[in-house]
Design a protein around this ligand. Structure first.
Ligand SMILES: NC(=O)c1ccc[n+]([C@@H]2O[C@H](COP(=O)([O-])OP(=O)(O)OC[C@H]3O[C@@H](n4cnc5c(N)ncnc54)[C@H](OP(=O)(O)O)[C@@H]3O)[C@@H](O)[C@H]2O)c1
Length: 276
């Protein structure tokens, strides 16, 4: 993350996601620039407070007025209460950024009485800076707004702009829920190893490290997964024998296609208030 140009930020909710953001912002301030941060959070982590203090960021200044940007990182069901608590930080020129799942741009704009709103969907690896966050900005947002949002989200990992809000349901189904699919792969691989005779602990370690290491290699080399897969696969070898099963007509691809379609549908239903 590059140096922060001293924006006035108000953060509403600093749990897992909000806390990860603050940690990254403190690190950015250490590299230069500045930050004036107001935090509304019942249990703000003391180590984050110390990290901000150490780099000279201004935390919870007195006489706080409207912020340049208000960031909502509370659970979606807490948004109505959080919006009330954020009132004093929201002025006519305030940009709003939300990482709340499922809360639409229109809803946020209406509740807060602003036009420049951005909706982002991070994922859990963001808590260690290795996630991917997709965002969509309301049409009233400027290029400067998008640049600030990308900068503020970068502590969570990669940032991807999405042009159409409707596609946030797909983002939710792919990168938002996606870590769970990968963990399931690790679980299933460990279970298969155990069935073939390895003890449970060894099976779990082999599966976990294989999934983590394969992901890390993909990121660090930047090579497409298909190419990395071909590197492991010799003609007539063991990997090919397994891939023949995984790539069969009833193999992994159609299962994932159905899984993602189910998640997209669920996200759409929840967005319409049909799913509870
Ligand atoms: N964690 C992820 O990987 C992830 C991924 C995708 C999207 N998200 C989205 O990110 C948002 C935050 O998730 P999270 O995992 O960071 O949740 P979290 O750890 O529960 O953090 C939310 C924090 O906000 C606080 N809070 C609740 N109501 C508040 C209010 N009215 N004003 C100020 N603070 C309030 C909570 O305090 P209490 O605990 O005392 O209630 C909590 O500390 C959610 O909307 C979620 O959909 C998270």
């Amino acid at each position: 993350m590059s140096a922060l140009e001293a924006p006035r930020v108000a953060l509403i909710g600093a749990g897992a996601m909000g806390g990860a953001l603050v940690k990254g912002w403190a690190e950015a301030v250490r590299r230069g620039g500045g930050l004036t941060l107001s935090v509304v959070e019942p249990n703000f982590d003391k180590t984050l407070e110390a990290a901000l203090d150490a780099v000279g960021a201004v935390l919870n200044p007195p006489n706080q007025g409207p912020a340049d940007i208000v960031v909502f990182a509370v659970k979606p069901q807490a948004f109505a209460a959080a919006a009330e608590e954020a009132r004093g930080f929201v002025g006519p020129d305030t940009l709003v950024l939300s990482v709340m799942a499922g809360v639409t741009l229109t809803h946020m704009a209406r509740v807060l009485g602003v036009e420049r709103v951005v909706r982002a969907m991070p994922n859990t690896p963001g808590q260690i800076g290795r996630g991917v966050t997709a965002y969509v900005a309301a049409s009233a947002c400027t290029g400067g707004d998008r640049a600030l949002v990308e900068q503020l989200l970068s502590p969570l990992g990669a940032v991807e702009p999405i042009g159409v809000e409707r596609l946030m349901d797909v983002v939710t189904a792919v990168s938002g829920s996606g870590p769970a699919y990968v963990y399931l792969l690790a679980e299933a691989l460990a279970a298969a190893a155990e069935q073939e005779g390895l003890d449970r602990e060894t099976a779990a370690r082999l599966a976990t490290q294989t999934v983590a290491g394969a992901g890390a290699l993909m990121l660090e080399t930047g090579a497409p997964p298909k190419e990395l897969r071909k590197h492991v696969t010799s003609p007539g070898g063991t990997t090919e024998a397994a891939l023949d099963v995984l790539q069969a007509a009833d193999g992994l691809a159609p299962v994932l296609r159905r899984a993602v379609a189910a998640a997209v549908k669920r996200s759409r239903d929840l967005g319409r208030g049909e799913g509870g």
